[in-house]
Design a protein around this ligand. Structure first.
Ligand code: G4P
Length: 310
């Protein structure tokens, strides 16, 4: 872990994490990809950019692509609609779902069929009818792959055994007469090239909390709240962003530093208001950060989307 920045005595650090099982997961995907028609990638609607792994563009070359904006119940509805259009404009077939309640899940069959229209037509011309489309679910940890598969397959689903010509050991779940799912979802590991992406992925719990820096996450979250959701800070913590002042002004560098200062001041205020104190009445920033992150994860801050298209 490396220290990269300094904000009023508090050091921010880089998440430096590369899971060992990444190669194995990638190999499984590479082996499976030849068996399938369409890759259904599950994104977390709160971080539609950071939860999308660009590796899959290479891996799934030549396959039809569907993106599901999952956990839509936790994300900002208006922003989810913007993201849907953004990815549709890039050529993806996109659906908004809530795998927990099942909202939008059944409609995924239709989206998969639309995405694979060309293949369906091709098959039809060859006289091949009623061949189910084969899909693989992919996504980063905690994006909701298992929840989606359970909801999509439902109780009535049947697992089909090994089929002739299909790699031994692969199991298929028959969703309906039109779609079959590979029962092992492809786990994609997130990209950490950008510190911000690492932090955003951390918010949704895709990284083990033990290796995280809650203060960095809290400061990043506060900066987003200051900019996009100032009322949330007011409603939840009674903090009026417009009255939090710092002595920075002038150049754009000072603005960035001023923003950091302001975020830190807000974190301190949250700590104060929530009684997070160390010995000697010093504010316990770690405790305050954990409260804020927990409030975000348990949706006490409401429906929040952390990212917007560039
Ligand atoms: P994964 O296979 O991709 O790793 O993800 P998984 O399905 O295990 O889902 C991770 C967490 O996200 C689970 O919560 C799950 O309930 C939740 N989840 C999945 N889809 C949705 C959704 O559309 N909306 C909401 N609100 N939550 C969703 P958990 O706390 O780990 O488990 P549990 O308490 O639900 O049992």
């Amino acid at each position: 872990m490396s220290k990269t920045d300094n904000t009023k005595g508090y050091e921010t650090k880089t998440i430096n994490w590369y899971p060992g099982h990444m190669a194995k997961a990638k190999k499984m995907m590479q082996e499976s990809i030849k068996l399938i028609d369409v890759v259904v990638e599950i994104l977390d609607a709160r971080i539609p950019l950071s939860s999308k792994n660009p590796d899959i563009d290479e891996l799934a070359k030549g396959k039809y692509r569907v993106l599901l904006l999952n956990k839509s119940d936790m994300a900002d509805e208006k922003k989810t609609a913007i993201w849907k259009k953004y990815y549709e404009d890039k050529g993806f077939f996109v659906s908004i779902v809530n795998s927990k309640t099942g909202a939008g899940v059944k409609a995924t069959t239709e989206v998969i069929q639309k995405a694979c229209q060309e293949k369906i037509e091709r098959d039809r011309k060859k006289g091949i009818l009623a061949r189910p489309l084969r899909a693989m679910i992919a996504g980063i940890p905690n994006s909701g792959k298992s929840t989606f598969i359970n909801s999509f397959a439902g109780k009535a689903c049947t697992k089909t055994g090994n089929k002739p010509g299909v790699t031994i050991g692969k199991q298929w779940i028959r969703i309906n007469k039109n779609v079959e799912l590979l029962d092992t979802p492809g786990i994609l590991w997130p990209k950490f090239e950008d510190q911000k992406i690492g932090l955003h992925i951390a918010f949704i719990g895709s990284i083990n909390d033990d290796i995280l820096y809650p203060e960095d996450m809290a400061l990043e979250l506060i900066k987003i709240l200051m900019k996009d959701y100032p009322l949330v800070l007011k409603e939840r913590y009674d903090i009026d962003v417009t009255t939090v002042s710092t002595d920075k002004n002038g150049s754009s560098d000072a603005d960035i530093s001023g923003e950091n200062e302001k975020a830190l001041a807000i974190l301190e205020m949250i700590g104060q208001k929530r009684g997070c104190l160390k010995k000697g009445a010093e504010i316990d920033l770690l405790k305050a950060s954990k409260i804020l992150i927990d409030d975000f994860r348990t949706q006490k801050l409401g429906r929040i989307t952390l990212e917007m298209p560039e």
